[in-house]
Design a protein around this ligand. Sequence first.
Ligand SMILES: NC(=O)c1ccc[n+]([C@@H]2O[C@H](COP(=O)([O-])OP(=O)(O)OC[C@H]3O[C@@H](n4cnc5c(N)ncnc54)[C@H](OP(=O)(O)O)[C@@H]3O)[C@@H](O)[C@H]2O)c1
Length: 258
Amino acid sequence: MVFTSKHEESSPPIVWITGGGSGIGRSLAHTLSNMGWIVVISGRNREKLIKTAATGGKQPIQQMTLDVTDPQSVSRVIGEIERQYGGIDYAFLNAGDYSPMRLKEFNLELFHRLNDVNYLGVVNCLAALLPGMRQRAQGQILITASLSAYRGLPGAAPYSATKAALINLAESLQPELSQLGIRIRLINPGFVATELTEKNDFKMPFLITPAMAAEAIQNQLLSKRFEIRFPTTFSWIMKALSWIPYRIYFALMRRLLK
Ligand SMILES: NC(=O)c1ccc[n+]([C@@H]2O[C@H](COP(=O)([O-])OP(=O)(O)OC[C@H]3O[C@@H](n4cnc5c(N)ncnc54)[C@H](OP(=O)(O)O)[C@@H]3O)[C@@H](O)[C@H]2O)c1
Protein backbone atom coordinates (compact mmCIF):
# COMPACT_ATOMS: atom_id res chain seq x y z
CA MET A 1 0.00 0.00 0.00
CA VAL A 2 1.37 3.42 -0.99
CA PHE A 3 0.35 6.07 1.53
CA THR A 4 -1.01 9.22 -0.07
CA SER A 5 -0.52 11.56 2.88
CA LYS A 6 2.58 13.65 3.45
CA HIS A 7 3.78 10.97 5.84
CA GLU A 8 6.86 8.98 5.03
CA GLU A 9 5.97 5.48 3.84
CA SER A 10 7.21 4.16 7.16
CA SER A 11 4.76 6.36 9.01
CA PRO A 12 1.16 5.25 8.44
CA PRO A 13 -1.73 7.70 7.98
CA ILE A 14 -3.74 8.77 11.01
CA VAL A 15 -7.44 8.11 10.64
CA TRP A 16 -10.38 9.28 12.73
CA ILE A 17 -13.79 7.64 12.33
CA THR A 18 -16.91 8.93 14.05
CA GLY A 19 -19.58 6.29 14.60
CA GLY A 20 -16.85 3.65 14.75
CA GLY A 21 -18.70 1.61 17.40
CA SER A 22 -20.97 -0.22 14.96
CA GLY A 23 -22.05 -0.83 11.39
CA ILE A 24 -20.11 0.74 8.52
CA GLY A 25 -17.76 2.63 10.88
CA ARG A 26 -16.78 -0.57 12.68
CA SER A 27 -16.02 -2.48 9.45
CA LEU A 28 -14.12 0.48 8.06
CA ALA A 29 -12.03 0.68 11.25
CA HIS A 30 -11.13 -3.01 10.85
CA THR A 31 -10.28 -2.58 7.15
CA LEU A 32 -8.04 0.46 7.63
CA SER A 33 -6.35 -1.02 10.68
CA ASN A 34 -5.63 -4.15 8.62
CA MET A 35 -3.85 -1.84 6.14
CA GLY A 36 -1.54 -0.79 8.99
CA TRP A 37 -3.11 2.65 9.41
CA ILE A 38 -3.44 4.29 12.83
CA VAL A 39 -7.17 4.30 13.54
CA VAL A 40 -9.01 6.21 16.26
CA ILE A 41 -12.76 5.62 16.58
CA SER A 42 -15.34 7.75 18.36
CA GLY A 43 -18.97 7.48 19.41
CA ARG A 44 -21.02 8.00 22.56
CA ASN A 45 -21.05 4.42 23.82
CA ARG A 46 -17.69 3.20 25.16
CA GLU A 47 -18.71 -0.49 25.17
CA LYS A 48 -19.45 -0.38 21.45
CA LEU A 49 -16.06 1.21 20.74
CA ILE A 50 -14.31 -1.42 22.86
CA LYS A 51 -16.15 -4.15 20.93
CA THR A 52 -14.92 -2.71 17.61
CA ALA A 53 -11.34 -2.73 18.91
CA ALA A 54 -11.72 -6.27 20.27
CA THR A 55 -13.25 -7.83 17.15
CA GLY A 56 -10.84 -6.95 14.36
CA GLY A 57 -7.94 -4.97 12.97
CA LYS A 58 -4.23 -5.82 12.85
CA GLN A 59 -3.15 -2.56 14.48
CA PRO A 60 -4.70 -1.74 17.85
CA ILE A 61 -7.74 0.51 17.31
CA GLN A 62 -7.83 3.48 19.70
CA GLN A 63 -11.10 4.65 21.22
CA MET A 64 -12.18 8.12 22.32
CA THR A 65 -15.79 8.79 23.31
CA LEU A 66 -17.63 11.87 22.16
CA ASP A 67 -21.02 13.16 21.23
CA VAL A 68 -20.88 14.91 17.84
CA THR A 69 -23.69 17.24 18.93
CA ASP A 70 -21.38 18.69 21.61
CA PRO A 71 -18.76 20.97 19.97
CA GLN A 72 -16.60 20.94 23.13
CA SER A 73 -16.33 17.17 23.25
CA VAL A 74 -15.48 17.15 19.52
CA SER A 75 -12.66 19.71 20.01
CA ARG A 76 -11.35 17.81 23.01
CA VAL A 77 -11.09 14.53 21.06
CA ILE A 78 -9.46 16.10 17.99
CA GLY A 79 -6.96 17.92 20.25
CA GLU A 80 -6.21 14.64 22.04
CA ILE A 81 -5.65 12.72 18.76
CA GLU A 82 -3.35 15.42 17.39
CA ARG A 83 -1.33 15.53 20.63
CA GLN A 84 -0.98 11.75 20.86
CA TYR A 85 -0.57 10.74 17.20
CA GLY A 86 -0.09 13.89 15.10
CA GLY A 87 -2.30 15.59 12.51
CA ILE A 88 -5.33 13.69 11.26
CA ASP A 89 -4.86 12.60 7.63
CA TYR A 90 -8.30 11.06 7.04
CA ALA A 91 -11.39 12.12 8.98
CA PHE A 92 -14.42 9.93 8.30
CA LEU A 93 -17.44 11.88 9.53
CA ASN A 94 -19.69 8.85 9.62
CA ALA A 95 -21.77 9.13 12.84
CA GLY A 96 -25.45 9.23 12.04
CA ASP A 97 -28.95 8.50 13.22
CA TYR A 98 -32.14 7.51 11.40
CA SER A 99 -35.80 6.85 11.97
CA PRO A 100 -38.43 6.54 9.27
CA MET A 101 -41.35 8.96 9.42
CA ARG A 102 -44.58 8.90 7.44
CA LEU A 103 -46.55 12.12 7.18
CA LYS A 104 -49.27 10.90 9.56
CA GLU A 105 -46.60 10.54 12.29
CA PHE A 106 -45.04 13.99 11.76
CA ASN A 107 -42.46 14.29 14.53
CA LEU A 108 -40.85 17.67 15.16
CA GLU A 109 -38.47 16.28 17.78
CA LEU A 110 -37.14 13.78 15.22
CA PHE A 111 -36.38 16.56 12.71
CA HIS A 112 -34.39 18.40 15.40
CA ARG A 113 -32.56 15.28 16.59
CA LEU A 114 -31.49 14.10 13.14
CA ASN A 115 -30.47 17.61 12.16
CA ASP A 116 -28.34 17.93 15.33
CA VAL A 117 -26.56 14.59 14.80
CA ASN A 118 -26.38 14.13 11.03
CA TYR A 119 -25.92 17.68 9.81
CA LEU A 120 -24.75 19.92 12.68
CA GLY A 121 -22.68 17.03 14.09
CA VAL A 122 -20.61 17.10 10.89
CA VAL A 123 -20.38 20.90 11.04
CA ASN A 124 -19.08 20.61 14.64
CA CYS A 125 -16.39 18.20 13.43
CA LEU A 126 -15.43 20.47 10.51
CA ALA A 127 -15.07 23.47 12.83
CA ALA A 128 -12.64 21.54 15.03
CA LEU A 129 -10.73 19.78 12.21
CA LEU A 130 -10.15 22.66 9.82
CA PRO A 131 -7.75 24.87 11.82
CA GLY A 132 -5.17 22.04 12.07
CA MET A 133 -5.66 20.89 8.48
CA ARG A 134 -5.35 24.48 7.22
CA GLN A 135 -2.13 24.94 9.17
CA ARG A 136 -0.69 21.73 7.71
CA ALA A 137 -2.25 22.44 4.26
CA GLN A 138 -3.11 18.76 4.21
CA GLY A 139 -5.86 16.32 5.11
CA GLN A 140 -8.88 14.53 3.74
CA ILE A 141 -12.42 14.77 5.12
CA LEU A 142 -14.93 12.11 4.05
CA ILE A 143 -18.55 12.85 4.91
CA THR A 144 -21.05 10.01 4.90
CA ALA A 145 -24.27 11.18 3.28
CA SER A 146 -26.49 8.69 1.42
CA LEU A 147 -27.78 7.68 -2.02
CA SER A 148 -31.21 8.37 -0.48
CA ALA A 149 -30.36 12.08 -0.49
CA TYR A 150 -30.12 12.59 -4.24
CA ARG A 151 -33.86 13.25 -4.15
CA GLY A 152 -36.50 13.51 -1.43
CA LEU A 153 -37.89 10.07 -0.64
CA PRO A 154 -41.32 9.40 0.94
CA GLY A 155 -41.07 8.13 4.52
CA ALA A 156 -37.59 9.54 5.14
CA ALA A 157 -37.95 13.33 5.17
CA PRO A 158 -36.21 14.05 8.54
CA TYR A 159 -33.27 11.82 7.54
CA SER A 160 -32.76 12.37 3.83
CA ALA A 161 -33.05 16.17 4.21
CA THR A 162 -30.03 16.10 6.58
CA LYS A 163 -28.08 13.95 4.14
CA ALA A 164 -29.00 16.26 1.22
CA ALA A 165 -27.69 19.12 3.37
CA LEU A 166 -24.38 17.26 3.77
CA ILE A 167 -24.05 16.81 0.00
CA ASN A 168 -24.70 20.51 -0.50
CA LEU A 169 -22.26 21.40 2.30
CA ALA A 170 -19.44 19.32 0.80
CA GLU A 171 -20.09 20.74 -2.69
CA SER A 172 -20.06 24.29 -1.28
CA LEU A 173 -16.79 23.86 0.57
CA GLN A 174 -14.84 21.79 -1.99
CA PRO A 175 -13.54 24.62 -4.22
CA GLU A 176 -12.09 26.71 -1.38
CA LEU A 177 -10.76 23.76 0.58
CA SER A 178 -9.00 22.33 -2.47
CA GLN A 179 -7.12 25.64 -2.82
CA LEU A 180 -5.87 25.11 0.75
CA GLY A 181 -4.63 21.57 0.06
CA ILE A 182 -7.56 19.93 1.90
CA ARG A 183 -9.78 17.33 0.21
CA ILE A 184 -13.43 17.08 1.14
CA ARG A 185 -15.34 14.12 -0.28
CA LEU A 186 -18.68 12.36 -0.02
CA ILE A 187 -19.40 8.74 0.79
CA ASN A 188 -22.88 7.85 -0.47
CA PRO A 189 -23.89 4.31 0.51
CA GLY A 190 -27.02 2.48 -0.60
CA PHE A 191 -28.74 0.12 1.85
CA VAL A 192 -26.34 -1.49 4.35
CA ALA A 193 -27.54 -4.04 6.94
CA THR A 194 -26.79 -2.24 10.24
CA GLU A 195 -28.65 -1.25 13.44
CA LEU A 196 -29.72 1.86 11.55
CA THR A 197 -31.62 0.05 8.79
CA GLU A 198 -33.09 -2.59 11.15
CA LYS A 199 -35.90 -0.06 11.62
CA ASN A 200 -37.01 -0.39 7.99
CA ASP A 201 -40.12 -2.50 7.48
CA PHE A 202 -39.68 -2.92 3.71
CA LYS A 203 -37.43 -5.12 1.59
CA MET A 204 -34.31 -3.06 0.97
CA PRO A 205 -33.04 -3.34 -2.61
CA PHE A 206 -29.36 -4.09 -3.23
CA LEU A 207 -28.77 -4.57 0.52
CA ILE A 208 -25.09 -5.17 1.37
CA THR A 209 -23.17 -6.00 4.55
CA PRO A 210 -21.03 -3.47 6.47
CA ALA A 211 -17.91 -5.43 5.39
CA MET A 212 -18.92 -4.97 1.73
CA ALA A 213 -19.45 -1.26 2.37
CA ALA A 214 -16.00 -0.96 3.95
CA GLU A 215 -14.45 -2.79 0.99
CA ALA A 216 -16.18 -0.42 -1.46
CA ILE A 217 -14.83 2.57 0.49
CA GLN A 218 -11.33 1.07 0.58
CA ASN A 219 -11.42 0.42 -3.18
CA GLN A 220 -12.37 4.02 -3.98
CA LEU A 221 -10.36 5.72 -1.23
CA LEU A 222 -7.27 6.42 -3.30
CA SER A 223 -9.22 7.57 -6.37
CA LYS A 224 -9.36 11.25 -7.31
CA ARG A 225 -13.17 11.20 -7.36
CA PHE A 226 -15.13 13.57 -5.14
CA GLU A 227 -17.83 10.98 -4.51
CA ILE A 228 -17.48 7.41 -3.27
CA ARG A 229 -20.77 5.63 -3.97
CA PHE A 230 -21.93 2.05 -3.81
CA PRO A 231 -23.28 -0.45 -4.66
CA THR A 232 -22.63 0.52 -8.29
CA THR A 233 -25.88 -0.60 -9.97
CA PHE A 234 -28.09 0.89 -7.26
CA SER A 235 -26.11 4.13 -7.29
CA TRP A 236 -26.77 4.50 -11.04
CA ILE A 237 -30.48 3.83 -10.51
CA MET A 238 -30.58 6.55 -7.84
CA LYS A 239 -28.60 8.93 -10.08
CA ALA A 240 -31.06 8.27 -12.93
CA LEU A 241 -33.99 8.99 -10.56
CA SER A 242 -32.40 12.33 -9.71
CA TRP A 243 -32.29 13.31 -13.39
CA ILE A 244 -35.91 12.55 -14.41
CA PRO A 245 -38.51 15.37 -14.51
CA TYR A 246 -40.54 16.05 -11.33
CA ARG A 247 -43.81 14.98 -12.98
CA ILE A 248 -42.48 11.47 -13.66
CA TYR A 249 -40.58 11.27 -10.37
CA PHE A 250 -43.64 12.12 -8.25
CA ALA A 251 -45.82 9.66 -10.21
CA LEU A 252 -43.26 6.93 -9.49
CA MET A 253 -43.10 7.83 -5.79
CA ARG A 254 -46.91 7.76 -5.47
CA ARG A 255 -46.88 4.24 -6.96
CA LEU A 256 -44.19 3.26 -4.48
CA LEU A 257 -46.39 4.45 -1.59
CA LYS A 258 -49.16 2.08 -2.68
N1 LIG B 1 -26.97 1.59 6.81
C1 LIG B 1 -27.33 2.19 5.69
O1 LIG B 1 -28.09 1.63 4.86
C2 LIG B 1 -26.83 3.57 5.38
C3 LIG B 1 -27.08 4.08 4.09
C4 LIG B 1 -26.64 5.36 3.79
C5 LIG B 1 -25.94 6.09 4.73
N2 LIG B 1 -25.69 5.56 5.97
C6 LIG B 1 -24.95 6.38 6.92
O2 LIG B 1 -23.81 5.67 7.33
C7 LIG B 1 -23.38 6.12 8.61
C8 LIG B 1 -23.15 4.93 9.51
O3 LIG B 1 -24.39 4.30 9.75
P1 LIG B 1 -24.56 2.73 10.00
O4 LIG B 1 -25.51 2.24 8.99
O5 LIG B 1 -23.25 2.09 10.15
O6 LIG B 1 -25.40 2.74 11.36
P2 LIG B 1 -25.01 2.45 12.88
O7 LIG B 1 -24.44 1.11 13.03
O8 LIG B 1 -26.23 2.81 13.66
O9 LIG B 1 -23.84 3.52 13.14
C9 LIG B 1 -24.08 4.85 13.50
C10 LIG B 1 -23.03 5.24 14.51
O10 LIG B 1 -23.16 6.63 14.81
C11 LIG B 1 -22.89 6.81 16.18
N3 LIG B 1 -23.59 7.99 16.67
C12 LIG B 1 -24.93 8.23 16.63
N4 LIG B 1 -25.20 9.41 17.23
C13 LIG B 1 -24.01 9.91 17.65
C14 LIG B 1 -23.63 11.08 18.34
N5 LIG B 1 -24.54 11.99 18.74
N6 LIG B 1 -22.32 11.28 18.60
C15 LIG B 1 -21.39 10.38 18.21
N7 LIG B 1 -21.68 9.24 17.57
C16 LIG B 1 -22.98 9.01 17.29
C17 LIG B 1 -23.41 5.55 16.89
O11 LIG B 1 -22.65 5.26 18.05
P3 LIG B 1 -23.13 5.64 19.54
O12 LIG B 1 -24.55 5.19 19.66
O13 LIG B 1 -22.17 4.90 20.39
O14 LIG B 1 -22.96 7.11 19.66
C18 LIG B 1 -23.19 4.48 15.83
O15 LIG B 1 -21.99 3.76 16.07
C19 LIG B 1 -24.51 7.05 9.10
O16 LIG B 1 -24.15 8.40 8.87
C20 LIG B 1 -25.68 6.67 8.22
O17 LIG B 1 -26.62 7.72 8.10
C21 LIG B 1 -26.12 4.32 6.31
